[in-house]
Design a protein. Structure first.
Length: 449
């Protein structure tokens, strides 16, 4: 059974399209995203959601200022100096974009969107949560039409399914809960025999609370923060306490290491590729977005963007590496071209093992789920590519849209629009306000041209 409840996102102020009659409109990409959100709103309408929506409108002026002013104060002066866009002009831009499902003011600056100087390309950016709502809608539609799908966000379940279907995955020895330890005696023995262990929450957390524990000759375990445990049993006790504090199970895994040519760029922390694939209603599978994550700190345990790592855009068709960004963004926009740890240039090179990554991601999507969109986190080790995680609703924040000059108008947006309009035709009766005027009865979504 699926463990994720599909939801519409509103991100703190009213958004367009909740009450629109889409049967009178063309199925443009932005209209499709808004129709998906409106449909989910109606499907999941509860007293709590009605109160949230009703209370949002009076708070609009306050929320807009709270969203805009802190980032405007930090960035507007240097943006004016570099791009010639006046602070007042930027303030108007941020408010206009926010009210029209554009990126948040914070994302506006982090992505360096001000460099477009009021150009039409600004209108191609969407808010990350609007993109997420579209994927949530597709998840809802697939499970309504085809039944529940495996919850691949559960990292141990994903590993189990990978092994059952012949896909390589990082091995888990033990699963720790507040009051239990799951694993066989053989798993326990293998874990003790490891020279290093990697521990992470079983679901979510974006790399937070993940840690590598190295085993010393004395039998003591030490992590990168300098904390130590005198024995394996002491480590398990500590991890159970951590599980209780987080209210999440923890996985104890083998430490996967980068292949030698990846280590030249990435250092010790496992470097992962995020490859997003999209399934059409006819069953075709298409990579639509990709990026390469690398740690920025020598002793980092993970490469996650939200844990201080860097994210380099990758052309999902060729594997060519573009520019990189990090969340530790300075006031002056900077786009990285070299690996932060080693200084080796990445931009313009081809990601090692690209064909293997693409093949693995497409195979995973074909064999694991009927859901429309999946974000696969894959790593290249000395034994080849391995599966690390699956993100059932992968994010698309403004910094990741920047290399594409926005989300709208991309192959990804075009394909997603076709799936949304096709699902609406299947889910909604004739005459429904959610069926676009160019969708006939029972029309299926098809591949983008």
């Amino acid at each position: 059974m699926s463990n994720r409840k599909s939801q519409a996102h509103y991100y703190r102020f009213p958004t367009k399209g909740l009450f629109t009659d889409y049967s009178r409109l063309e199925a443009t990409e932005l209209n499709a995203l808004r129709a998906a959100r409106a449909f989910l709103t109606v499907q999941g309408l509860t007293i709590a959601r009605i109160v949230d929506l009703a209370g949002a409108w009076p708070m609009t002026p306050v929320n807009l200022l709270r969203e805009t002013l802190p980032h405007w104060r930090r960035y507007s002066a240097v943006t004016q100096q570099r791009f010639g866009d006046s602070p007042i002009g930027q303030l108007k831009q941020c408010v206009r974009l926010a009210l029209n499902d554009g990126p948040s003011p914070h994302g506006y600056y982090l992505a360096g969107i001000a460099e477009h100087e009021n150009g039409p390309v600004l209108q191609r950016y969407v808010h990350d949560l609007l993109h997420e709502t579209a994927i949530e809608f597709c998840r809802f539609a697939v499970e309504r039409l085809h039944g529940s799908q495996p919850p691949l966000d559960d990292k141990q379940l994903l590993e189990t399914l990978c092994r059952e279907n012949g896909f390589p995955a990082v091995r888990t020895f033990l699963r720790l809960g507040r009051e239990k330890i799951e694993g066989s005696d053989e798993d326990n023995r293998l874990a003790v025999a490891q020279s290093a262990l990697f521990v992470k929450p079983a679901t979510g957390m974006q790399g937070q609370d993940a840690m590598r524990w190295d085993k010393k000759v004395s039998g003591t375990y030490v992590n990168s923060a300098g904390q130590s445990c005198g024995s394996f049993d002491a480590l398990l006790l500590r991890l159970r306490e951590q599980s209780s504090r987080l209210n999440r199970d923890l996985l104890v895994q083998t430490v996967a290491t980068n292949r030698q040519d990846i280590r030249a760029f990435a250092g010790r922390a496992l470097s992962t590729v995020r490859l997003v694939t999209l399934r059409s209603a006819q069953g075709g599978l298409h990579p639509v977005q990709a990026g390469w994550r690398l740690a920025s700190i020598g002793n980092a345990a993970v490469d996650n963007y939200h844990a201080g790592g860097t994210y380099f855009h990758v052309d999902y068709r060729t594997g060519e590496v573009g520019t990189g960004t990090s969340l530790g963004y300075p006031a002056h926009p900077q786009y990285l071209q070299s690996a932060p740890l080693t200084g080796k240039k990445l931009t313009g090179t081809t990601l090692p093992g690209w064909d293997a990554f693409r093949s693995l991601a497409v195979g995973l999507h074909a064999g694991m789920t009927r859901h429309t969109v999946c974000g696969w986190d894959l790593a290249l080790t000395d034994n080849g590519p391995v599966v690390v995680e699956c993100n059932s609703v992968p994010g698309m924040p403004a910094p990741r849209q920047r290399p594409l000059e926005g989300f709208l108008g991309t192959e990804y947006a075009s394909r997603l629009t076709r799936e949304i309009t096709g699902f609406l035709s299947e889910l909604c009766p004739l005459g429904s306000r959610f069926r676009f005027k160019d969708n006939g009865p029972g029309e299926q979504s098809g591949p983008a041209s």
